[in-house]
Design a protein around this ligand. Sequence first.
Ligand SMILES: *Cc1c(COP(=O)(O)O)cnc(C)c1O
Length: 276
Amino acid sequence: MRRAVSSMAGANVGASLRLVTDKIKVAAECRPQALQTANVRLVAVGKTKPIELIQQAYNHGQRNFGENYVQELSEKAANPDVVAKCPDIKWHFIGHLQRNKVKQLSSIANLYMVETVSSEKIASALDMSWGRLKRDDRLKVMAQINTSGEDTKHGATPDQSVKLVRHILEKCPNLHFIGLMTIGSFNHDLSSGPNPDFLILVDCKQHVCKELQLNLEAVELSMGMSNDFEHAIHLGSTNVRVGSTIFGARVYPAMKSGENRNATLPTSEPQSTVTT
Ligand SMILES: *Cc1c(COP(=O)(O)O)cnc(C)c1O
């Protein structure tokens, strides 16, 4: 059943996109009063999907797009059709960033935000790399927090979040701190209550704002994907990352039947043996 819906989504990006943006609007209107003022940004996650689908979404008005491999983002951003026909595209990097990929990432045209600054070391590397390019604007970044404590997830622990954000604010003059991001554990059952990862990220934000004397309204939260973006918005997300609901289910070459989706959701660069 779910598969049928997903492949339909792939065939009609415009309709799926409208459905998602409508749901975001409704969810935003239903937020608690204190959260009402913030806008919610939709990042359309096109990883593994062909450039044609990204262009379709762009033609329907979508501007923010997310990718989680540096190589794939690099190729998509440099695609002649994208360069010519999607001049206002805003690329978000949402994957695990390794130090040896920082330079390649920084040089990508229309790189808008790096959501996955997972350590002080990565922040400093990105800061230095961006500084060398002498761009007009600072690079927008989010600090990735490992709210679920899983080894497979990257990011600062909630306890380290103040330290990481302070490092970005005080030691990285070429970076513009935007907010906190989490991936979180998958398969949380909403009938058992709010997603604990989202609650932890909301907590982190309050703590960071208090310790570093930042305005609560000035710090964004990136949380929520296809399955839970409305729930995330209710809890204060201002940046939702939605892939399969817009572009259709992803098929990974390495996926064997019987494996579950979460086991195969890549969190780092693909092995060289995997061809895409
Ligand atoms: C793939 C991915 C998404 C989108 O996932 P969907 O479930 O397809 O919406 C969001 N965030 C990150 C970090 C991802 O890697």
